[in-house]
Design a binder for this molecule. Structure first.
Ligand SMILES: C[S@@+](CC[C@H](N)C(=O)[O-])C[C@H]1O[C@@H](n2cnc3c(N)ncnc32)[C@H](O)[C@@H]1O
Length: 215
């Protein structure tokens, strides 16, 4: 599995990953982590758990990867990993690892796979989850602001009833949509990732929070 050590991509083997994992109570994964600040903050305040930020673009995670590699007094952490991987091809090593998975404001193929219930994305999410793991997704786009993107990528128009309609497709992958919540910009302000902050203080939006049980 390719992980970041500072700005360098190195490979970690199964034995090293198992030895790391065993030291922690739970494993929490953030897919499409971007700069990784979300998992960095969680890792800092919950040293009993292991946090794994995953992104297809290594450079996005550089700043927090460098920070977590420092000495503890300078922000270093030993309960955080940044994995360089595409959500459609997650490392076998992560199989049945995650107690909880977050996906905050995905874009590109990750977003498309989620809203269209694509095999590659959903099957990979299911594979890395432990039985009874939780998955929380925050997702937003709108014909008001992203019409071109919706047309180009043939994206469905999001609504509460859209998620009602496709919940059975999610279920085929063991993803049971327990609750769909419509959030506004104010609610987004409390999440505190780079992109939730960007959007929360921007145009007025409908944001969908999807909470799944994975079985
Ligand atoms: C809008 S950013 C959100 C970043 C972060 N979650 C946040 O809230 O600040 C979307 C991220 O998803 C990542 N991404 C998109 N498609 C992906 C895929 N198929 N696999 C892994 N990461 C992906 C992008 O590289 C980008 O960093």
């Amino acid at each position: 599995m390719n992980i970041l050590k500072g700005k360098q991509i190195i490979e970690i083997n199964q034995a090293s990953f198992d030895a790391l994992k065993i030291r922690f109570k739970q494993v929490i994964v953030d897919i499409g982590t971007g700069d990784g600040e979300f998992v960095y903050k969680l890792a800092k305040s919950n040293p009993e758990n292991l946090y794994i930020g995953i992104d297809a673009t290594a450079e996005n995670m550089h700043a927090y990867s460098v920070k977590m590699s420092r000495k503890p007094a300078k922000g270093g952490l030993d309960n955080l990993l940044f994995v360089v991987a595409n959500a459609a091809q997650l490392p076998q090593m992560l199989h049945a690892t995650a107690n909880a998975i977050y996906i905050n404001l995905p874009w590109g193929s990750l977003r498309d796979g989620l809203v269209k219930a694509d095999y590659d994305i959903l099957e990979n999410i299911r594979c890395i989850a432990k039985i009874d793991a939780k998955l929380q997704v925050l997702i937003t786009y709108s014909p008001k602001y992203e019409n071109q993107e919706i047309e180009n990528r043939k994206l469905p128009i999001l609504s509460l009833s859209y998620f009602d309609d496709i919940h059975a497709l999610y279920q085929d992958f063991g993803l049971y949509l327990r609750k769909t919540t419509l959030l506004n910009n104010d609610a987004l302000k409390k999440v505190g990732t780079k992109w939730t902050n960007k959007l929360a203080f921007g145009k007025t939006r409908d944001i969908y929070q999807l909470n799944f049980d994975i079985r």
